[in-house]
Design a protein around this ligand. Sequence first.
Ligand code: 3PY
Ligand code: MG
Length: 266
Amino acid sequence: MTEKSFLADKLRADKPVITAWSQLSAPMIPEMFVRCGYEAVTLDLQHGMYDFTSACEALALTALAGAHGIVRIPIGDNALAARLADMGAECIIAPMINSRRQAEDFARAMKYPPEGERSWAPFRVVMLNGQTREQYLKHANSQTLAIAMIETREAIDALDEILSVPELDGVFVGPSDLSIALSKGAALDPNGVETAEASADIAIKARAAGKIAGVFCLNADKVEEAFHQGFRLMSHGVDTICIDHAARGAQKEVAWLFSSGETAGQ
Ligand code: 3PY
Ligand code: MG
């Protein structure tokens, strides 16, 4: 087994990482993303269809295909965060973190003592990493990332306090929820100017605090903008959207058969 490279090392070295985003609970989909060239895949347990078992399989296939497995947990589910770290998630993204207390509870659930109170039994992740248990214990706190989503007004108001949590490795902007919050529910505008300005500010503050900055991007232009704003972990490529685009294209290729008056069997 070749020595594993870790997502944490790349991001701390300021390297950009694009993560595909998977909502459909078919573990082969993350593997296919990796075979298409993605170096990381995020499994969405907040809004996607994954459960614990399908996420475990997807994490293993992602790691065995040579990429980094990231998980977005449901709101407030810190126990699941630690379980999925045991199963090979290199990074957990926790949605809707709105206060220092919430950030601290989440991050401490992800770190072994003395930094936190994660409980021990990483049987699967040591296999996937090719590490001994001793090596895992020594490196887990720095190699397993705890990242808090910033996507509400409360979170923006509490940003300095959230960023002051030592165990927290970074923040990740959710532009859709953020746009709804900033417009007081009047608009969904993830690609809008106000959202981009708020997002840029979050990246600046995160970097100044020595934290990793990440953001959900809805198109390639947003990835470029985010990179120049200082973000380094960027999502691009959602399985449901990819299938929708590819299926529309495939259907168009044969649409002549149905629009030219031809009928099956002629
Ligand atoms: C948001 O944009 O609010 C997200 O959570 C991205 O998935
Ligand atoms: Mg959100």
